[in-house]
Design a protein around this ligand. Structure first.
Ligand SMILES: Cc1cc2nc3c(=O)[nH]c(=O)nc-3n(C[C@H](O)[C@H](O)[C@H](O)COP(=O)(O)O)c2cc1C
Length: 285
């Protein structure tokens, strides 16, 4: 008779439960109905802002780009490109433009994800065909969606390899200077940066809890009720506990969110983005 214990199925469930509990910081977090390595990477995500100086294994950039290109693409237009920046001096200049974010300097690789209308414009120009659809807001939105889906595929891929990353929206603080630094032609926009490297185990990042599902999941129709309202407020104590553990200043999420959405002064200069996009060659009709 085989007395060896069966593979630890219960352990997988425990791992699943623990990941869900950490994601929401709630003992009543919904239990994952199934579990595998992909879900473990996804639910274990945390932005990494402290990197070892070690460079990345050769072929890493190409692997991440293959993962990115495997994302779905609206009408298969593949309307994005990416610039891989490894030169420390260029990273330093980009870090300065993105609000002096130290983690960009620390990361051995800084990717800049681009909404790229230039490639399609050139292809149309070759045959003298119009590319007027590129002038519409819808197409810019399409480009932003495709670029984000691609970048997030790269994030999942790099996290599955034990690497860490943080997106850098700060790259939109000074779009014209960034365009000049990266030699971007008109019709190409740096949507966000992506600092990537080996996480420093001495300065580990933790899983940041999210709003309870009752605040974000509607069934059949949208309906914001008192239950959603109190679910959102119940998140404040979870995010505060996270901040406390991380040695960060404690602040309610509801207050943070309100401050971030208050108005132009809370937008790090990005309130002028439509005009800047017009100047960079996006009509946004
Ligand atoms: C598009 C985008 C831009 C971001 N920009 C920045 C940034 O400029 N600097 C930064 O430190 N984190 C940035 N972040 C990271 C968010 O702050 C982070 O994802 C969020 O606080 C949730 O934490 P988590 O990723 O650890 O779960 C960005 C995230 C996204 C999706």
């Amino acid at each position: 008779m085989n007395t060896i214990a069966k593979p630890p199925v219960a352990n997988a469930l425990d791992v699943a439960r623990e990941h869900a509990r950490q994601r929401y910081r709630r003992d009543d977090a919904p239990e994952p109905a199934a579990w595998n390595e992909t879900l473990q990477v996804l639910l274990g995500h945390r932005s990494v802002r402290a990197f070892l100086p070690d460079s990345l294994a050769s072929g890493t950039i190409e692997t991440l780009v293959a993962a990115a290109q495997s994302a779905p693409s609206s009408s298969n237009l593949q309307i994005w490109s990416v610039v891989a920046v490894e030169d420390p001096a260029r990273k330093a200049r980009l870090a300065a433009l993105a609000g002096h974010q130290q983690h960009i300097l620390e990361a051995p690789l800084f990717l800049v994800w681009l909404v790229d209308f230039d490639r399609l414009t050139r292809l149309s120009d070759v045959d003298g065909v119009a590319s007027e659809a590129l002038d519409f807001t819808e197409t810019f939105l399409l480009g932003a969606v495709d670029t984000a889906l691609a970048a997030q595929n790269a994030t999942v891929a790099l996290e599955s390899l034990g690497l860490g990353a943080v997106y850098i929206g700060g790259i939109r603080n000074r779009p014209k200077e960034v365009a000049a630094e990266l030699n971007l032609p008109p019709g190409v926009f740096a949507l966000f940066g992506h600092a990537i490297g080996h996480p420093d185990p001495e300065r580990p990042a933790a899983v940041k809890p999210r709003l309870p599902q009752s605040a974000v999941l509607f069934r059949e129709q949208y309906a914001w009720t008192d239950a959603q309202q109190s679910a959102a407020y119940s998140y404040d104590s979870r995010i505060r506990a996270f901040q406390r553990e991380q040695g960060m200043v404690e602040k309610d999420w509801t207050i943070q969110a309100r401050e971030r959405t208050r108005g132009p002064s809370s937008m790090a200069g990005r309130h002028v983005l439509r005009e800047v996009l017009n100047d960079l060659g996006f009509e946004l009709r």
